[in-house]
Write a protein that binds this ligand. Structure first.
Ligand code: ZN
Length: 311
C-alpha cells in the first residue's frame, strides 16, 4: 500500500494526535470465535514455510502451497478458485496468481475479505519477511476461513481473496501496484460477479503490537461507520481511528467500479520518532506482532461481516 504523501501524513498524524483523547482498553470479557493466539501461530507457520514470498521465488510457491493446503475441504467442493494471470510490469510480463475461497451463504450477495500474500519485490535482496505486511493477514484470513467452514454464513456469502502483486514491482504508481486486485476487478466486471459484491474489505498490516486502525478515507463512509460500531460491539474502540489518512491499497480497483470498500489497515508501523521504521524494512518480523492485536482484528472482521448482513 501507499500513502498519499509522507509530509501530509506526518501533518495528519500531528493533527489527529493533538485532537484525539486517550482511550482505555475495554475490560469487557469476550468469547472469541477466532483466537488471536491461533492466528499468531498460523503467522509463525506461514513465515516458517515461506519466509520470503516475492513473485517468482521458491518462497512464493511455498506460500501458495500453504494457502491451498489449508483449504482442502473447499477445494474438494470446487470452492477454491485458482486465478492465474499474466501481468505487464516494469520488468516484463510476470505470472501471478490470486486464490479465492468461497463460503456460500443463504442470501444473494457476497462479502469479500481480501489480503495480499506476497512480499515486496524490490526488497527481494534483503531479509524482508513481511510479518505484518502480508503474513499475519494471510493467517487471519485462513483462520476466518476455518471459522466459516464450521459456521457457514447465514447471510451473504463470504469469499476470501488471497491476492498477488499488491506491491509495486519497481516503484509504486497506478500502473505498478495492485496487480491482483486490478485483474480481479476487471474479471469480475466482465462476468457480472461484481454486481453481487456488497462489500470488499481489505486486511493489511493489522498484527502490529501497538496497532491502531486508521480511519482510511478512500473507504466507503457507511462501512467506516460499521467498523466504528464494531469497535463498540467488540470492546475494541481504543484500537480504532486515532488518525485518518487516504491510503492506496487493494480496495481501490473495486472502489473505482463503485463497489463499497473498506481498508482495515494500520499504516503507522514503527516508533514514535519514526512511525514508518518497520514498514518495508528487515525489521518487519514476528516479534512486532502480537496475539492481542490479531484478536482485535479477528473480532472486528467477524463483527463487520455480521453488521453488513444486518445492514
Ligand atoms: Zn508492503
Amino acid at each position: 500500500m501507499n500513502f498519499r504523501s509522507r509530509a501530509l501524513r506526518r501533518l495528519t498524524v500531528l493533527l489527529t494526535l493533538a485532537v484525539s483523547c486517550v482511550s482505555m482498553p475495554s475490560a469487557r470479557a469476550q468469547a472469541h470465535a477466532v483466537s488471536g493466539q491461533a492466528v499468531y501461530k498460523l503467522t509463525q507457520e506461514y513465515l516458517a514455510a515461506a519466509p520470503k514470498r516475492y513473485i517468482g521465488s521458491p518462497g512464493h510457491t511455498a506460500a501458495e502451497g500453504f494457502i491451498k493446503q489449508h483449504f482442502k475441504p473447499e477445494a474438494a467442493k470446487g470452492n477454491l478458485i485458482t486465478d492465474n494471470f499474466s501481468a505487464h510490469t516494469p520488468i516484463g510480463q510476470l505470472s501471478m496468481t490470486n486464490y479465492i475461497v468461497k463460503f456460500p451463504g443463504k442470501k444473494d450477495g457476497i462479502i469479500v475479505l481480501a489480503t495480499h500474500y506476497e512480499t515486496n519485490y524490490p526488497l527481494k535482496d534483503i531479509n524482508f519477511f513481511g510479518a505484518n505486511d502480508g503474513a499475519c493477514t494471510t493467517a487471519l484470513l485462513i483462520a476466518l476461513g476455518q471459522y466459516y467452514r464450521e459456521h457457514p454464513p447465514q447471510g451473504y456469502s463470504v469469499w476470501l481473496v488471497f491476492d498477488d502483486g499488491e506491491e509495486a514491482i519497481k516503484e509504486w504508481s497506478s500502473s505498478d501496484s495492485l496487480y491482483g486486485t486490478r485483474h480481479l476487478a476487471a474479471k469480475w466486471s466482465g462476468d457480472g460477479t461484481i454486481s453481487h459484491i456488497k462489500a470488499f474489505i481489505v486486511a493489511d498490516m493489522i498484527g502490529w503490537k501497538s496497532m491502531n486502525i486508521t480511519k482510511e478515507s478512500n473507504s466507503t463512509p457507511w462501512l467506516l461507520d460499521l467498523l466504528a460500531k464494531s469497535g463498540k460491539d467488540t470492546g475494541h474502540v481504543s484500537y480504532l481511528f486515532r488518525d485518518s489518512q487516504a491510503i492506496e491499497d487493494d480496495h481501490l480497483p473495486f472502489k473505482q467500479r463503485s463497489v463499497p470498500v473498506l481498508d482495515i489497515i494500520d499504516y503507522q508501523y514503527g516508533t514514535s520518532q519514526d512511525p514508518e521504521a518497520f514498514h518495508h524494512t528487515e525489521k518487519d518480523t514476528i516479534d512486532k506482532i502480537s496475539p492481542a492485536s490479531l484478536q482485535v482484528s479477528a473480532d472486528l472482521f467477524l463483527d463487520v461481516v455480521k453488521l453488513i448482513d444486518q445492514h
